[in-house]
Design a protein around this ligand. Structure first.
Ligand SMILES: [Zn+2]
Ligand SMILES: [Zn+2]
Length: 289
């Protein structure tokens, strides 16, 4: 069992320090839950080094309200030092802790080359690819009124279509190794009555890119109340030969490795007995355990 999606910091303003003590505490909690290895995967968008390359990517959005909200939330969460983050996780690895160096990389339309160049300067083990925003609409942040209101003005099929197109572009960019929370577009509970077409495209995108798909319990804590991916999408990934990682997407210690039994049950439904781990961005198969 793995927990290959862990954050050091909560969303919103707050301290963004990296410490060896926090990484060690995550490893200890994960090990107690039967997890063999964790990946620390903070959001790229929180680091000053990313700000220098990407700041203002929202400026072209045709909606001034969404662009403004994106700019504000970006600034609010900024300020971490990528060099320090990498140094701390590498120090934990050097001490023999069961941890690898990762990053949750958001999809930036037309800017993935610049993102790839920035990331190439660091010895990452695994990169998660995530679609969190469509244009400058951060659809998974309903705490921001402009983002929440947008759900009311778009037909659900249009949201799923835009999300799936972004996921296909992210996969085809070859920038990342794992599709994080693959059907995140369902998080508020809005789904097309028949999502088959979009599920099929998500599974094809993963299969042709060689990416793994993440099985994440984070969706159980959202309005949708279901793990990512949905059972139908999980089955499509398995049928297409897409390997899996497992994840909690915890942002604090008490959620690290939560609900591992539910992950195990989900994987059992598709006959999955092994997971994909990574070292230096090279995949290796490990037993589910
Ligand atoms: Zn995410
Ligand atoms: Zn995350």
């Amino acid at each position: 069992m793995l927990d290959y999606h862990l954050h050091l910091w909560e969303h919103g303003p707050g301290p963004v320090e990296s410490t060896l003590e926090q990484v060690a505490a995550y490893c200890e909690r994960a090990a107690a839950a039967g997890v063999q290895e964790v990946a620390i995967t903070e959001h790229l968008s929180r680091f000053r080094q990313a700000d220098r390359v990407l700041k203002g990517w929202w400026d072209d959005d045709p909606s001034p309200a969404l662009a403004r909200a994106m700019g504000t939330s970006w600034e609010e969460e900024q300020g971490a030092d990528l060099d320090r983050y990498v140094e701390v996780v590498l120090a934990a690895k050097a001490e023999g802790l069961p941890v690898v160096l990762g990053m949750e990389v958001d999809y930036y339309e037309d800017r993935m080359d610049a993102v790839g160049e920035l990331l190439a300067g660091y010895p990452f083990d695994v990169l998660l690819g995530s679609v969190h925003w469509l244009g400058s609409w951060c659809f998974d942040n309903p705490a921001e009124p402009a983002f929440a209101a947008e759900w009311e003005s778009r037909p659900v099929e249009a949201v799923w279509e835009a999300y799936t197109r972004a996921l296909e572009e992210l996969a085809d960019s070859g920038t990342c190794d794992v599709l994080a929370h693959p059907d995140l577009c369902k998080l508020m509970g809005h789904r097309p009555p028949v999502p088959d077409e979009w599920h099929a495209r998500m599974a094809e995108a993963a299969a042709r890119s060689g990416m793994a798909a993440e099985v994440s319990t984070a969706g159980l804590n959202k309005p949708v109340g279901e793990a990512y991916p949905a059972p139908d999408l999980l089955a499509r990934f398995a049928a297409a030969g897409v390997p899996f990682t497992t994840a909690s997407d915890a942002h604090r210690l008490d959620r690290v490795a939560e609900r591992r039994d539910e992950v195990r049950s989900l994987l059992a439904t598709v006959g999955c007995t092994s997971l994909q781990a990574y070292r230096g961005r090279r995949p290796r198969t490990v037993p589910l355990g």
